[in-house]
Design a protein around this ligand. Structure first.
Ligand code: SF4
Length: 473
């Protein structure tokens, strides 16, 4: 049967998506090619957002911005980067759902007020963003985008503080939410995190230049050294004099997004002094201790389940087998939504190796289940390859609540763990057994020097849900 629908559907993973990645560089040495370094940094951060990207440079007071829809490699070429000369730069990659995907929402945002030029790039979501916007609009502010970043820019412009740095601090004191921000004025580069530090932001050094980025993998690609993370509630200012730090608010309990460790950050990144790959492996080990299943092989769902599967196999003594192959050349493929193709959707990305799977009791490992659609299809595929039993092991707790702090988790009614209990999920996805890592087990596997937000598992929202606007709306 053929579906008459002409609209295209995207072959995407059933995973949470990050909203953004940010990058900034300040180079007192005039010979530093800040545009190319920012381009490479954004390339390393591409997994944090694929809808749009941009770079704004500051050439001793003259700002030049280029941004567009698409991937970093498609937006910038040699000529475009050559035109972006300067001693400092701010870069951004953005993810959004189709509804809010538009050029006006591409970042960095470049604004000009009586206080001077300000380029600003933001990762996160304000829980009071809609309310703040309404208040500002009622007082005459005109918005060009739906970005929370623009709310911050308006607050800076309206602040009674004359100086942009002080205005930025003043604006942070008026907002509630998750924000890791990189901003640039004529005189300096700034980096700041919200008081709970939901989203990551690190500081690096390359020669005389200071760099800030969402993840340390952006330092590795340009050979920079990771110095430290920006602290929750901290504003770091970088200029010709070097780096200075101030806190714009009193210290609060840190609530770093635990999902950065589970799925989102790159495994080669280091956050709060813990390597992400090793953290994921420990989650797999902890999961093995919490599981009570007899099996012949441990097989990861590539690539999201690989590291946890290695840890689970090591701890349980059950052999690790690469029983499913991932087609490395499928990026964001769009296909016609015929029924036949829908059924084959997962096969475009993944293919089980029958010689490994046939007749085996398989522990299939993945890092999370959001809607359950991919898990269901992968389990069916592994059964069709001849598995005797399929036990699904997930290296995080059930995602039962939506995120309001900058991660696209889907709406609550779409989350399978919000709709079914454990047996219901197991039956729905067609597994012989289903084991999730407990929240305690998850936290035990983390050795990071920070506290965590676990709201998508337990509904305990550290700063509430605000107006209830989801981060991806
Ligand atoms: Fe991260 Fe979940 Fe908290 Fe959102 S709700 S910040 S995804 S831990």
């Amino acid at each position: 049967m053929t579906c008459k629908c002409s609209q295209q559907i995207e072959v995407s993973q059933d995973k949470m998506e990050e909203e953004c990645g940010v990058f900034g560089i300040y180079a007192p040495n005039n010979g530093t090619d800040v545009a190319n370094l920012t381009y490479l940094g954004l390339h390393a951060l591409q997994h944090r957002g694929q809808e749009s990207a941009g770079i704004c440079v500051n050439n001793h007071g003259e700002f030049n911005l280029h941004k567009d829809m698409g991937l970093v490699t498609n937006i910038f070429d040699e000529d475009k980067l050559e035109a972006l000369k300067g001693h400092a730069a701010v870069g951004h990659v953005r993810y959004s759902t189709t509804g809010s995907s538009m050029m006006a929402n591409a970042q960095p945002l470049l604004t000009n007020s009586i206080k001077g030029d300000l380029a600003i790039a933001h990762n996160g979501n304000l829980v009071d963003g809609a309310e703040m916007r309404k208040n500002l609009e009622s007082q005459g502010s005109i918005f060009h985008s739906t970005l929370d970043t623009e709310v911050i820019a308006h607050l800076v412009a309206r602040s009674f503080k004359d100086d942009i740095t002080e205005g930025l601090k003043h604006s942070f004191q008026q907002i509630t939410g998750a924000f890791s921000i990189v901003a640039m004025t004529e005189d300096c580069l700034m980096a700041a995190r919200d008081p709970q530090g939901f989203r990551p932001l690190s500081i690096g050094k390359l020669g005389d230049s200071y760099i800030v980025a969402s993840e340390t993998c952006a330092f590795d690609i340009i050979g920079a050294e990771h110095i430290r993370d920006v602290k929750p509630g901290e504003l770091v200012v970088i200029d010709d004099e070097g780096i200075t730090s101030t806190f714009y608010t009193e210290r609060k309990a840190s609530k770093f997004c635990v999902f950065e460790y589970i799925y989102f950050s790159r495994p080669d990144s280091v956050i709060a002094n813990q390597n992400v790959h090793l953290a994921r492996k420990d989650m797999g080990r902890q999961l093995a201790r919490e599981m009570d299943v007899e099996a012949d092989i441990v097989v990861p769902v590539p690539s999201s389940g690989i590291t946890a599967a290695l840890g689970l196999a090591e701890e349980s003594g059950i052999p690790y087998q690469k029983g499913i192959l991932r087609n490395r050349y499928v990026g964001r493929t769009f296909i016609q939504p015929t029924q036949e193709i829908r059924d084959l959707k997962v096969r475009i990305k993944l293919n089980p190796i029958e010689d490994i799977i046939e007749g085996q009791r398989v522990i299939l490992v993945d890092d999370s289940i959001v809607r359950g659609t991919t898990s269901q299809q992968v389990i069916r595929m592994v059964r069709e390859a001849g598995a005797a039993e399929v036990h699904l092991a997930i290296s995080s707790p059930p995602v039962q609540y939506s995120c309001y702090y900058g991660m696209d988790t889907s709406r609550r009614q779409e989350l399978i763990a919000a709709q079914h209990d454990l047996d219901g999920i197991r039956d729905h996805i067609g597994a012989d057994s289903l084991t999730y890592l407990s929240i305690e087990g998850l936290l035990n596997s983390l050795d990071a020097d920070c506290g965590f937000c676990t709201a998508c598992f337990d509904g305990d929202y550290p700063i509430g849900k605000g107006t209830g606007k989801l981060s991806f709306e």
